[in-house]
Design a protein around this ligand. Structure first.
Ligand code: GLA
Length: 413
């Protein structure tokens, strides 16, 4: 058990602020100058993401709803006259594996054998070339305020920002149009799936490259690449905010568990006679058919897919509705709590610390709260009144502390 430090109820909670754009650009530019002794040609940036609802639906041909974080990764870059790649990352020392500058050659990149933080950038260059795009080697310096290991898809942002820099420096001119952005998101997704090798569903890359500030996007993974529907996120104008609690718990087994869940979902789909559970989830008898699955684990996994997809539809209806704001936000919050219960009990990917954070948010009067991301630790997302955010964060911290968890960190989206 972790040592428990003395609890100071009135001590301020730890907030993880986002950098203003200018500051992020400066950090990346300075890192580039210190490392390579030159000025970059430009600085690009890409956000992390939160999942509002629609968990584990991307790789099940379902629908997801996500938003970009104000926290971004900034990449300063410059083309070279050869095919070498050099990259430095301001968070590298915080991670196992490499630190300092990683150096390699575009022509040597191959999916096997490369791991570590740089693989998210180099894998993206590899994926671009696999799709027939090409250009010179690059010097790159990345700086980020996306907290590492918080489930905000810092790696998706690294892939996204690399593809944006290469788009500009290789003269591809894709980043300026919706269709071009979709193509870049597919490249970043291929880097994740084929080069890094974890079979994530694409939600991270498509959100980072396609979602704009102040909106949520629904991605429909029934079609590939997924079309997006955009919704204005009305929280700010009604004095609400999304409070992210980053619990200190993060399991190294998360990728293995993810692979296991995707296999279970595939097995459930076979029993239901479809290629993905999401394909039958909106039929009127979907829950009865799922109830007929004998294996309890597979039945629960499929039930999560069916009920979560319905919650995504209900959330879309609330965001599009003109009903009184109070009713809509109450319903949005309920959908979040129900999503959490489904992830905890049916999909079984929540962690004790995430459950405690959601319970504490509920007791503190939050409109809604749930775990998000792959699971097995990571963060929760809570819909609260802006004026209640600080107090809610205190209550969550207190509850986690009482249970012996290390102090969480908080950020606002
Ligand atoms: C991870 C993956 C996403 C998605 C979520 C679960 O974040 O990268 O593609 O599957 O888990 O909703």
């Amino acid at each position: 058990m972790k040592p428990v430090t003395a609890f100071e109820p009135h001590a301020s909670v730890a907030w993880m602020p986002s950098w203003p754009r200018g500051q992020g650009e400066l950090q990346a530019r300075e890192l580039f100058g210190r490392t390579f002794g030159a000025e970059p040609d430009g600085v690009w940036s890409a956000p992390g993401r939160v999942i509002i609802i629609g968990e584990h639906l991307d790789y099940n041909a379902g629908r997801t709803m996500s938003a970009a974080t104000p926290h971004r990764t900034f990449l300063a870059a410059r083309p070279r006259s050869d095919s070498r790649i050099r990259i430095v990352f301001d968070q590298a020392t915080a991670l196992p594996g490499t630190d300092g500058v990683w150096e390699g050659d575009l022509d040597d990149l191959a999916p096997e054998g490369l791991s570590g933080w740089h693989a998210y950038a180099t894998g993206t260059l590899w994926a671009l070339r696999e799709r027939g795009y090409d250009g010179p080697g690059l010097d790159m310096a990345a700086a980020t305020c996306i907290p590492v290991g918080a489930g905000l898809s810092g790696w998706g942002a690294m892939e996204a920002v690399t593809v944006l820099a290469a788009d500009a420096l290789w003269g591809l001119s894709l980043g300026g149009t919706e269709a071009g952005r979709l193509e870049l998101a597919e490249v970043a997704y291929e880097a994740q799936n084929r080069y890094i090798g974890t079979p994530f569903g694409g939600l991270d890359q498509h959100t980072s490259l396609r979602c704009r500030d102040g909106e949520a996007i629904t991605l429909s993974f029934a079609e590939l690449p997924p079309p997006a529907t955009r919704y204005a996120l009305p929280f700010r104008e009604y004095g609400l905010t999304l409070l992210i609690t980053r619990t200190a718990h993060h399991s190294p087994l998360v990728d293995d568990q993810f692979i296991m869940r995707s296999r279970e979902c595939a097995a459930a789909a076979r029993l239901l006679g479809v290629d993905f559970v999401g394909r039958m989830a909106e039929e009127s008898d979907a829950l009865e058919r799922v109830d007929g699955i004998e294996d309890g684990d597979l039945r629960r996994r499929a039930r999560h897919i069916v009920t979560e997809l319905r919650r995504v539809r209900a959330m879309e209806a609330e965001l599009a509705s003109t009903a009184p704001a109070h009713d809509r936000f109450t319903e949005i919050g309920r959908l979040m709590y129900r999503s959490h219960a489904s992830l905890e009990l049916d999909f079984e990917v929540s962690s004790p610390a995430q459950n405690r954070a959601v319970d504490a948010a509920y007791r503190a009067g939050a409109l809604g709260s749930r775990m998000f991301g792959a699971g097995l630790g990571g963060s929760t997302i809570t819909l609260v009144r802006r004026t209640d955010a600080e107090r809610t964060a205190h209550r969550i911290r207190e509850a986690l502390h009482e249970a012996g968890d290390a102090d969480p960190e908080f950020l606002l989206v």
